[in-house]
Ligand binder design. Structure first.
Ligand code: AMP
Ligand code: ZN
Length: 490
């Protein structure tokens, strides 16, 4: 398989350190809110990667972290270490404890992950369960002379590491210099690129003082450490947990492209300081999802969640289908029109799969058809091995289903291809469904409105019918009615 390695900036032949084992670390969600559909794009890309590796015969050990502490509001923009802890901030806003917030959104993440058919990681591990491992790693970095302590925390001193920033290269460093935030937060920080390994809850790392401190400002999540009471910085959790579960060097580390400049750069710095090694051999990054051509943002009101997609009547798997249509290294633009088209394509795809599955005719293979079947298999595998060319892989699936090869062979191909695509095509059930009388009346009424040229009223009726769980399509053969619900076996 060929994959693009951000570290070397080129396509490389994938060769694991200890085949057939592949150690895969994917940065997980920060559980302070529902992930948006941009986050889900990255998680689905990582799932396709994992499925592709399994499909190609590797034994994948997949670790995903849950960031439930230490990710600050400013950590993804400009410099690290500015702003409030996202979980603690959400706790204040929601009137819950930080622990409750983390538990609630972790549960939501797992449920939503299942709806998107994302395989559960081998190890799904949270930062707060690994405080001791993080402290031990910080100590190791300290012993090697890469840290200093200020009134606000323990920092990694990037001036001690000449190779700092190799992941994104000089261009990225220049860009960070140009866009960096002012160092308002900690005047004792020596270099703007230095980042916190441990942050103190109170100046100097002292403990909470009930006489002088306001209890409402007390952090819900804080721990004692050799440097004082506080909490870990965001980057140290991934270094500590990847080392613990995958060793000092493993095969692939992934995330969204925003992680290149800061989070993964700092992870590499921590590992180089502690072990002298870059933790992963290959670094893969998913490009961003945009909405209506714009960056997604909570403040812009376009950071849609999976629940927003479902509320509008679309299936999570339609979103997965939409993601698969673009290469993971290309920007993808989400619009409501595009999810609508994806849902229709998925519905049509399922129809083709079901008719292949339920076709009782059996055909004796001709050599021409046998060759075709082999060609489809080879093209699909080539697409997967070509840096995860999912749109090509989907196209091969459609070609196979529309070809003249026997139905049973079509269905066999579907079962194999869906191991990578994960669209739930292998568990489709043909359903005989009834159209309720009420719905049928509405369909007839809509038809007469259309005939009378009142398309506005007809469209309103269509929406009503859809809200009752049925999709209506006008085809050459007549009106086609399908249940909108997923036909996946539960
Ligand atoms: P976070 O919960 O902020 O750590 O983000 C989870 C994952 O989503 C990370 O791998 C991010 O790089 C990725 N991500 C964030 N925004 C987007 C976006 N608009 N499109 C695709 N991936 C994103
Ligand atoms: Zn991470």
């Amino acid at each position: 398989m060929r994959i693009y390695n951000t570290l070397t900036r080129r396509l490389e032949d994938f060769s694991p350190i200890k085949p057939p084992r592949v150690g895969l670390y994917t940065c997980g969600p920060t559980v302070y809110y529902y992930p948006h559909i941009g986050n889900w794009r990255t998680f689905v890309f990582e799932d396709v990667l994992r499925r592709a590796l399994i499909f190609l015969g590797y034994d994948v050990v997949h670790v995903m972290n849950i960031t439930d502490v230490g990710h600050l509001t400013g950590d993804n923009v400009g410099d690290a270490d500015v702003g409030e802890d996202r979980i603690e901030k959400a706790a204040k806003q929601e009137g819950k404890t930080a622990w409750e917030v983390a538990r609630f959104y972790t549960k939501d993440f797992v449920e939503s992950r299942t709806k998107l058919n994302i395989l559960p990681p081998t190890h799904f591990v949270s930062a707060t369960d690994h405080i001791g491992d993080q402290i031990a790693l910080i100590k190791k970095i300290e012993e090697k002379g890469f840290t200093y302590v200020t009134d606000l925390g323990v920092y990694f001193d990037v001036s001690k590491l000449p190779s700092y920033g190799i992941l994104g290269g000089q261009k990225m460093i220049d860009k960070r210099v140009a866009t960096r935030e002012e160092l308002k937060e900690d005047p004792q920080k020596r270099n703007p690129f230095d980042f916190a390994l441990w942050k103190f809850s109170y100046v100097g790392g002292r403990s909470f003082n009930p006489q002088t401190d306001d209890p409402s400002n007390r952090r819900h999540m804080e721990w004692d450490s050799p440097w004082g009471v506080g909490f870990p910085g965001w980057h140290i959790e991934c270094s500590a947990m990847s080392m613990k579960y995958l060793g000092e060097q493993f095969d692939i580390h992934t995330g969204g492209v925003d992680h290149i400049a800061i989070h993964h750069t700092n992870e590499i710095a921590q590992s180089l300081a502690a072990t002298g090694k870059i933790p992963a051999k290959y670094w893969m990054h998913g490009e961003f999802l945009k909405v209506d051509g714009r960056r997604m943002g909570k403040s812009l009101g376009n950071a849609y969640t999976l629940h927003d997609i479902e509320d509008k009547g679309y299936e999570p798997l339609a979103l997965r289908y939409l993601y698969l249509g673009a290469h993971y290294r290309d920007t993808l633009n989400f619009t409501w029109r595009s999810i609508d088209a994806a849902q229709k394509s998925l519905d049509n795809l399922r129809d083709l799969v079901l008719s292949a599955k339920t076709d009782k005719n059996r055909t004796i293979l001709s050599s021409e058809k046998e060759r075709k079947i082999n060609d489809f298999s080879t093209s699909f595998r080539d697409a997967v091995e070509d840096d995860l060319n999912t749109s090509k892989a989907l196209a091969v699936l459609w070609q196979a289903l529309k070809s003249n090869i026997p139905s049973e062979d079509k269905y066999d191909l579907v079962l194999t291809f869906d191991e990578v695509l994960g669209l739930g095509l292998s568990s489709l059930e043909s359903e005989l469904f009834e159209i309720p009388k009420e719905v049928e009346d509405l369909i007839r009424k809509r038809e007469s409105l259309r005939k009378a040229g009142d398309f506005k009223a007809a469209d309103e009726l269509r929406e009503r019918i859809e809200s009752m769980g049925f999709r209506v399509e006008d085809t050459a053969a007549g009106i086609r009615v399908t249940p909108r619900k997923s036909r996946i076996e539960k």
